[in-house]
Design a protein around this ligand. Structure first.
Ligand code: NAD
Length: 367
């Protein structure tokens, strides 16, 4: 394990055990080069410790890249609780976890993730202030989906600009895979901006019908949505929707959507899209709106207008990814990593730790 940690570059791993309340958790801080390591708390019935640690190491590293690419003064972290969210939750469990978070004195900031929700975050808040995603009543930022969708819209515009020579949505056709929280708002923005056609699919027929009724989305089957002849495919459902089976059937010029981990196998499927000359906007760059939203909560006095304004930066971030991809002849999924690594490298080079204006209030040594 030490070798794995050394190879992936983690700064700190904390094993949390409190048998009295049934807590078995791992907190991984990957990097604090740019700021405190922020990342969600996942509660999942992992089959064993190895599965849990592999997940938390991988996910915390992903957060470092996501925050860096978004230009935020945040590092990367993540936590997992080994347990079943349906049966194993208790106040004592989350308070105990909160004390471990507190013990890191701001190196790690937690948030909700798969298996945890706002109520759990509020219990953690009783033990530590290093928690985000609490309710608006506690100064929290609430549902991030509208901001995430707005960020996806900016990413689509950047991609459209590259392929069609101008960033207008007007006249473009889009297929949205998954009309849940983000997909719904994305359809709204696309309709507002004059998309010529919006196709959509969801396994939840109610969600599909709502998008059809509200924004005139043309519903197609979940099997066919990725095969629709359109300008842009926007994966907004689950991960791994771009794979060996789906990529050969794509009939779009651009893939740009909110889902996490869209490439089933990053290298194989990222290359396959590159070879088919389909422009892939790397998921962790285009879907950073949710993180930008939480970042604004940490800055204090959350204001959605400010979060939306910052989210517009996703356009320029993607233009930079496309530029690196073009000048260095790299597929976009590699170029995005390169962009994040460049920024981390430069800031690390400054020497002394500086967490920037927004987060300085929370800095363990000054806050
Ligand atoms: P959601 O659960 O509200 O919506 C997902 C929708 O996809 C659901 O309506 C579901 O029925 C549908 N779906 C599931 N399988 C499908 C399939 N095979 N075909 C078509 N539809 C299918 O989730 P969300 O918050 O809208 O997030 C969507 C994606 O974006 C997720 O991958 C999430 O991790 C990612 N993401 C979300 C945010 C955010 O702010 N909500 C931020 C970053 C990334």
């Amino acid at each position: 394990m030490f070798q794995q940690i050394a190879e992936m570059g983690h700064e700190r791993i904390l094993l949390c055990s409190n048998p009295e309340v049934g807590l078995k958790a791992i907190i991984a801080v990957h990097s604090t080069a740019l700021g405190p390591g922020l990342g969600g708390l996942r509660m999942w019935p992992f089959k064993d410790f190895d599965e849990a640690i592999t997940d938390v190491l991988r996910l915390s590293r992903g957060m470092t890249y996501k925050a860096a690419a978004a230009g935020l003064n945040l590092g990367g972290g993540k936590a997992v609780i080994l347990g079943d969210p349906k049966t194993d939750k208790s106040e004592a469990l989350f308070r105990s976890f909160g004390r471990y978070v507190e013990s890191l004195n701001g190196l790690y900031i937690t948030a909700e993730d798969v298996g945890t929700d706002m109520e759990d975050m509020e219990i953690i808040l009783t033990e530590t202030r290093w928690v985000s995603g609490v309710s608006p009543a506690h100064g929290g930022s609430g549902d991030p989906s509208p901001v995430t969708a707005y960020g996806v819209l900016q990413g689509i515009k950047a991609a459209v600009n590259l392929i069609f020579g101008q960033p207008e949505i007007k006249g473009r056709s889009v297929a949205i895979q998954g009309l849940g929280s983000v997909g719904y708002y994305l359809a709204k923005y696309l309709k507002r901006d004059g998309a010529s056609k919006i196709f959509g699919a969801d396994i939840d027929t109610e969600a599909a019908e709502k998008a059809a009724a509200d924004f005139g989305v043309e519903i197609v089957s979940t099997e066919d949505i990725a095969k629709v002849d359109c300008d842009i495919l926007a994966p907004c459902a689950l991960g791994a929707s771009l794979n060996e089976e789906t990529i050969p059937d794509l009939r779009c010029r651009i893939v740009a959507g909110a889902a996490n981990n869209q490439l089933a196998d990053e290298e194989r499927d990222g290359m396959a899209l590159h070879e088919r000359e389909i422009l892939y906007t790397p998921d962790f760059v285009i879907n950073a709106g949710g993180l930008i939203n939480v970042y604004n909560e940490l800055a204090g006095q959350y204001n959605q207008e400010r979060a939306l304004r910052m989210t517009r930066g996703i356009y320029l971030n993607l233009m930079r990814v496309f530029e690196i991809s073009r000048t260095e002849a790299l597929p976009t999924y590699v170029a995005a990593d390169r962009m994040a690594e460049e920024r981390i490298g430069k800031i690390k080079g400054l020497g002394a730790r500086h967490w920037g204006r927004f987060i300085s209030n929370h800095h363990p040594e000054t806050g």
